[in-house]
Write a protein that binds this ligand. Structure first.
Ligand code: PHE
Length: 344
């Protein structure tokens, strides 16, 4: 056996012993450096090749390369074995069942839903039913039955998304006035929360998709005072005990008389100081309202001589902006957990 052979075998024995003794990655690495490193033992052996007779040099080189390959493989195996031993040690750890668990992330009710639910609950307490309607409606429910004829400019005012045929995304919840009166004889008392759509450019106060809540009461002897009383109560429930409401004359084809409804700005309490919510006017606009137009009652075969009613349609986003003092309507749709958590 050549001298190189003996040296290699002796080196392998010491290398195997060092690898077998290594208890951690550091010890393994030390063995790698000592034997296979740049100035390790194998490199020293290689340098000796130069002193061999020229004829023996190629086979000596090959022998050393073969030994190095085996040693590297042995290092890899040892590393893998070490890792799985560590993993098993981890698995074997006792589990402390008394250790406090990380808190579960809880969702929260969205502010738009909260406002909607509070309003519905208020009206339910007063005997109203909560009903939902389709978001895609034919023109008949959106306009014709609501006393808005085809050539009436109010139709354009609703800036609707038209679909195929005479279908459109409802621009208001008022179609449900019609569906409710079609299905029930008076008295009727409903509130209708839901999504609406208009071709509005998106900014801090407008969105192409928004929510309304509609109210409708029809019975014998219903008058404007009932509307005022119910809406004042609603505003006090939503914004606080001292809320006032005011009615500004307005026009809707489906109500007569019609009014825009404002409530006192809960942020500045109409102190007259500059207010970012109401612009200093002291009033916040909630939406439209009025006494149901006799033509609408007639369309539903309700006799206007016998029955009267009122209706309103308010923007839910608007009320939530004011209630939670939010600066931008787009926040409601971004689903930023930090924002929603703040309001939870
Ligand atoms: N539907 C009207 C709108 O969206 C609001 C309204 C509802 C007005 C009911 C009067 C009565 O502008």
């Amino acid at each position: 056996m050549s001298e190189l052979n003996t040296q290699l075998r002796e080196l392998r024995e010491r290398f195997d012993a060092a690898v077998a003794a290594a208890q951690d990655a550091q010890a393994l690495d030390a063995a790698r450096v000592a034997f296979l490193g740049r100035s390790g033992e194998v490199t020293l052996l290689r340098r000796g090749i130069g002193q061999l007779p020229a004829a023996e040099r190629p086979s000596a080189g090959k022998e050393i390369n073969a030994a190095v390959e085996l040693m590297e493989a042995a290092l890899q195996d040892a590393e893998a074995a070490l890792q799985s031993r560590e993993f098993e040690a981890e698995l074997g750890m006792r589990i402390d069942v008394t250790f406090p668990a990380p808190p579960a992330a809880l969702g929260a009710i969205h502010p738009l839903r909260r406002v909607t639910e509070d309003i519905c609950r208020y009206f339910q307490r007063h005997g109203f039913a909560v009903v939902l309607g389709p978001e895609i409606e034919p023109e008949y429910y959106n306009f014709d039955a609501l006393n808005i004829p085809a050539d009436h400019p109010a139709r354009e005012g609703f800036d609707s998304f038209f679909l195929t045929g005479n279908l459109l995304l409802r621009p208001h919840t008022s179609p449900m006035q019609i569906r409710t009166m079609q299905q029930h004889r008076p008295p009727v008392a409903v509130v209708v929360p839901g999504r609406c759509y208009r071709r509005d450019a998106v900014d801090a106060r407008h969105h192409f998709q928004f929510h309304q809540i509609e109210g409708l009461l029809v019975d014998r002897g219903v008058h404007f005072g009932h509307l005022k009383g119910m809406l004042t109560g609603m505003c006090r429930e939503l914004f606080g005990r001292d809320q006032q409401v005011r009615f500004r004359p307005s026009f809707f084809p489906f109500t007569e008389p019609s009014a825009e409804v404002d409530t006192t700005c809960p942020l500045c309490r109409a102190s007259g100081s500059p207010c970012r919510m109401c612009g200093g006017s002291g009033w916040i606009e909630l939406g439209g309202s009025g006494m149901v137009h006799p033509n609408v009652l007639r369309n539903m075969d309700y006799d206007p001589a016998e029955y009267s009613g009122w209706a309103f349609g308010f923007g839910v986003e608007r009320m939530a902006l004011v209630r939670y003092d939010i600066d931008d309507i787009r926040r409601f749709y971004e689903n930023d957990p930090a924002f929603l958590k703040q309001l939870a």
